[in-house]
Ligand binder design. Structure first.
Ligand SMILES: [Zn+2]
Ligand SMILES: [Zn+2]
Length: 241
């Protein structure tokens, strides 16, 4: 028992990082061990250059939906596919206040973003997906705001909190795309557009499924004068409802 305690203390000293998935000491400077990191479901090409959905052929630039009706945002960058074990990590972060999950995922997403962009092309403002105050009050925190704080630190980009949710929308799960769109119409509002006008902005969200929420926010930001809207999320659900 004492030996085990000493061994654990020694291990914490040598390898202070602990894997959030397997709970083993992590030799990398990240609370995720290399074996578990390799298990995360990366979104691989070919994928739609606009909405990041997987594509059947590497010769196409965008998916059928984006070809038919392009979204108002310019591009979407997602860290992973929304499937095991990413769903477990995100749900822990979102619903069980496992903030260490958000920290690790945001660090990895910021590395993905650095690889994706030429530094001069990076957005200049981060816009966290707002929660209605009632949901914020129930949960105690806004996971998108926490993600934006981490990304802001890693990428040195300012957060802008002028996009607010003015209507409390019921949970989007179980609704089809049309119902979601109707639900989201007029849900968002810009408090003041001064800092947003003319800027390339990045919306920060945890999971993007139908893009209906991202589209509603994007339209609001463009109406406020944003020059470009990008969407950054931890995970993309690989279906198009
Ligand atoms: Zn692990
Ligand atoms: Zn697409």
């Amino acid at each position: 028992m004492v030996n085990k305690l000493i061994a654990n203390k020694l291990l914490a000293y040598i390898a202070p990082y602990r894997c959030i998935l397997c709970d083993q000491a992590s030799p990398s400077q990240l609370d995720l061990c290399p074996a578990c990191l390799a298990e995360l479901p990366i979104l691989k090409p070919p994928q739609c250059q606009i909405c990041a959905l997987p594509l059947a052929s590497e010769h196409s630039h965008s998916c059928a939906k984006c070809l038919k009706k392009p979204p108002s945002f310019n591009t979407l960058v997602a860290g992973w596919r929304y499937q095991a074990p990413i769903d477990e990590l995100i749900n822990g972060f979102k619903y069980q206040a496992k903030l260490s999950h958000g920290k690790v995922l945001a660090q990895l997403l910021s590395e993905r973003i650095k690889r994706h962009y030429d530094p001069s092309q990076l957005p200049t403002l981060l816009i966290p997906t707002p929660l209605h105050w009632r949901r914020w009050w129930q949960r105690g925190y806004n996971q998108s705001e926490l993600l934006a704080q981490q990304l802001s630190r890693h990428l040195d980009i300012t957060i802008n909190r002028n996009l607010i949710r003015q209507l409390h929308t019921p949970k989007q799960q179980g609704l089809n795309a049309r119902q979601r769109r109707r639900n989201l119409q007029k849900a968002f509002k810009i408090k003041t557009s001064r800092a947003i006008a003319g800027q390339c902005v990045a919306i920060i969200d945890d999971v993007v499924t139908t893009t209906a929420t991202a589209e509603a926010m994007s339209q609001c930001l463009l109406a406020a004068g944003a020059a470009e809207v990008h969407v950054w999320c931890l995970a993309r659900t690989p279906i198009n409802l």
